[in-house]
Design a binder for this molecule. Structure first.
Ligand SMILES: CC(C)(C)CN1C(=O)[C@@H](CC(=O)N[C@@H](CC(=O)O)C(=O)O)O[C@H](c2cccc3ccccc23)c2cc(Cl)ccc21
Length: 340
């Protein structure tokens, strides 16, 4: 579906999409019917909001209202923000195109996108000062930045009539898809975030292994770092059963691909991170070739089950005997394997 839209603002939106998510923009453009444009606009809007949240040059007292009021800009023709230094700031500079195309969406889609932006902006604002403390707060933060995306997407799928009502109504399962992706991103990005002075690993977990989160960068704290890392991976694996049930309910092939691809990437990333000291010295990414292989394979529930089985088995084989989370890790991996 790379036919070029004729309207200039629509063309700008697809240009912005390809600039902000290299491999994923093609998956969005492959979505059927009205969903392609609705998800394109939703993705760009979320990217704009995320860019504001990530921009450390915006003072907190300016950023707070920017986040909580962001959803209102969707109804302000011409609104843009040109003072961002982030890598995706082009979306904020070209936001008038997003606003114009947003206004042309069916009002059902507009309501979903507005709702998610309002809730997400308020949630992000609440976490600006404080670092993530309890595991409950970790789930709350991930709900705001990613769980809400799953809930919004699910409502778009149902609104388009390409998926059943239960997909849009079962918010707990939709939330789990987001938590699985975001927890994996947070686990993987330890070094990048700590170097930026940002802490997303929950204190309730890391404080059992160190006095400060940055200590895991030291070689003499590597053992404790791995135990902390493995507890976080085990926590993320708890969402896998919900993810598999959610994906099994999807009936539209383009929607299935769109939802399944990030989930299998996350499972592969989790497996690479598990018990891997490289997490503390560089950003652990799956190789491009493996990512492409996963993208082309993740097109049926059988394939998804096989992929999750493969990575669950690889983790299970590497569970250190004395690791504090070993028992739960093996139970969760076993649960994934038993399902088939
Ligand atoms: C933080 C995040 C996980 C929500 C970001 N997020 C995703 O990660 C993208 C994937 C992506 O953007 N990959 C990028 C990664 C990168 O930029 O490095 C790529 O180029 O491959 O997928 C998610 C996404 C897709 C499908 C179903 C989802 C259900 C719940 C939550 C998120 C869901 C996403 C869907 C929408 Cl509409 C908006 C954002 C996202």
């Amino acid at each position: 579906n790379d036919e070029q839209p004729c309207r200039l603002t629509a063309r700008m939106c697809y240009h912005l999409l390809s600039k902000t998510s290299r491999s994923f923009s093609a998956v969005i453009q492959a979505l059927d019917g009205e969903l392609r444009h609705a998800v394109c606009i939703f993705y760009l809007t979320l990217r704009a909001l995320d860019t504001v949240e990530d921009d450390m040059t915006i003072p907190i007292d300016v950023k707070m209202p920017m986040l909580t009021n962001f959803y209102q800009h969707l109804h302000e023709p011409g609104w843009k923000y040109t003072d961002s230094s982030e890598k995706d700031s082009i979306v904020l500079e070209q936001f008038p195109s997003v606003v114009e195309e947003f206004g042309r969406l069916d009002v059902l889609y507009q309501e979903v996108i507005t709702y998610v932006c309002k809730e997400m902006g308020q949630g992000m604002a609440g976490f600006l000062q404080c670092k993530v403390g309890t595991i409950k707060e970790w789930d709350e933060y991930c709900h705001f930045v990613a769980g809400l995306v799953g809930i919004g997407l699910s409502r778009l799928f149902t609104a388009s009539s390409l998926e059943t009502r239960v997909v849009g109504e079962d918010t707990a399962l939709a939330n789990s898809l987001g938590l699985f992706l975001q927890k994996t991103n947070i686990i993987r990005d330890y070094l990048e975030d700590t170097d930026d002075g940002r802490e997303f690993w929950p204190r309730e977990i890391w404080s059992k292994y160190a006095g400060a989160l940055s200590e895991f960068k030291r070689a003499d704290k590597r053992e404790k770092g791995l135990e902390c890392l493995n507890e976080l991976v085990t926590n993320a694996l708890r969402h896998v059963p919900d993810v598999l049930v959610y994906l099994s309910r999807l009936r539209n092939q383009s929607i299935f691909n769109f939802c399944a691809i990030p989930q299998v990437m996350a499972m592969a990333t989790l497996e690479r991170c598990y018990s891997n000291p490289a997490v503390f010295t560089r950003v652990v990414k799956i190789r491009k070739g493996e990512a492409v292989r996963l993208m082309v394979d993740a097109t049926s529930m059988d394939a998804i089950n096989a992929i999750f089985d493969k990575f669950a088995r690889l983790i299970d084989l590497r569970v250190p005997i004395r690791d504090p989370s070993a028992a739960e890790t093996r139970v969760l991996c076993g649960a994934v394997l038993q399902r088939t």
